[in-house]
Structure formats: structure tokens, C-alpha cells
Design a protein around this ligand. Structure first.
Ligand SMILES: [Fe+2]
Length: 204
């Protein structure tokens, strides 16, 4: 099926991004993604509320993974925030997450997680931490990105690594962003927690 070809092409494009990462967990994740058969027959997904915005952002990007994701978008089951129970509802509604690989699937992997995230424009996703090591790669749009003491504008092609428990936060401007993310190390989700953040009140 053409749809599944697009899906496999997308997985290859995502793997290529992490093959280039200096942290060995990046190439390990890429290899896991490539050698694990995807058991999922993806049907056309119900478009998420951000579908049009995601498509527009991806279409504007020259990143090869953005093009690959756009071609598979029709069958990608974008969802809510998987750590929603740790999150205030208003914060959870800023983003949509697509988990592609992890202990719970859809592509099974015991020791890594990988997926996509979209964050809507003009929003602030506050400082949070988790046990897992994490690497984001922005593939479309941009955000003012805080990783520990480092806050700067990040755009398509930028790779940002968050070691375990490093606080991180994202502020979007007029366009939002789409990124690939991966987790390695201790990939439990229960440690995901928001921490005190004096930037949050400025939104009110
Ligand atoms: Fe994170």
C-alpha cells in the first residue's frame, strides 16, 4: 500500500536523523527503529485538532524528515499528551504527541521511546523534568528553547539533548514547531514532572 510505503519512508527519515547523533543512544534508537518490524496496519487516522497547522508547518520546512512526515500524515495517529495525568489541562492542550516506538508500542522497544510532537503557536510549555535522557530534533517551525541555563531560539535541523533531570521548557511564537523526540536511559513516564517556573505567571 502506498500509505505504508510512506510510513516506512518516514521511519527511515527519522532514523537517519538519529544516526547522526553523537550520543550513542541516538544511533541505537535509529537501529532499533529500523530492525523492529512495525506490527501496525495504519488506517487513515482521525485528524487531530492541529492537523491543518501541522501540515502547514511541515509544508513550509525544507528538512527531509518534515517532507517524509507530511507524506505519511494521513495515517499518523496524533494524540494528546501521554503524560497528561501529570499536567494541568491548559498545558496539555498546547501540544499533540505521536508515540511511534516504546515499551507500549505501536513499534515495540524495551529500552527506548521515539515519537513526534507538535506545539501550537504563542504558547509556553513550562519547565519540566524526567528521568530519561532525551534528544529533540526540530523539523519545522521554531521555539525559544530552554535547556538548563541555555535559552535560545531553535529551528529546523537543531538537535537539543537533555540529560536526565535537566529542566527544559519551550516558548513558541507565531508558528509553533514540529519536532522528533527520543528517550533513552530510565524511560519511565511517572517521573515526568513540572517544576517551579517564574515564566508561567507571565502568561496570565
Ligand atoms: Fe522532555
Amino acid at each position: 500500500m502506498v500509505q505504508n510505503e510512506a510510513f516506512q519512508d518516514m521511519l527511515r527519515a527519522l532514523a537517519e536523523v538519529y544516526e547522526a547523533e553523537a550520543d550513542p543512544a541516538g544511533p541505537h534508537t535509529a537501529k532499533t527503529l529500523m530492525v523492529t518490524p512495525s506490527p501496525v496496519a495504519f488506517d487513515a487516522a482521525v485528524p487531530c485538532i492541529f492537523d491543518r497547522a501541522i501540515r502547514a508547518l511541515l509544508a513550509d520546512s525544507v528538512h527531509p524528515a518534515a517532507r517524509a512526515v507530511l507524506l505519511a500524515q494521513e495515517i499518523l495517529p496524533w494524540g494528546g499528551n501521554p503524560v497528561e495525568e501529570n499536567t494541568e489541562p491548559g498545558i496539555a492542550a498546547m501540544i499533540s504527541v505521536l508515540t511511534l516506538m516504546g515499551p507500549e508500542g505501536p513499534i515495540p522497544a524495551p529500552d527506548v521511546r521515539l515519537g513526534l510532537v507538535y506545539m501550537r503557536p504563542d504558547s509556553y510549555y513550562p519547565l519540566h523534568i524526567h528521568d530519561a535522557d532525551e534528544t529533540y530534533v526540530i523539523i519545522a517551525g521554531q521555539a525559544l528553547w530552554t535547556a538548563g541555563d541555555d535559552t535560545r531560539l531553535r529551528g529546523a535541523g537543531d538537535m537539543i539533548h537533555h540529560p536526565s533531570l535537566l529542566p527544559h521548557a519551550f516558548r513558541t511564537g507565531s508558528e509553533g514547531f514540529v519536532a522528533i523526540w527520543r528517550w533513552s536511559g530510565d524511560i519511565n513516564t511517572h517521573s515526568y514532572a513540572f517544576i517551579e517556573d517564574d515564566q508561567t505567571e507571565r502568561l496570565a
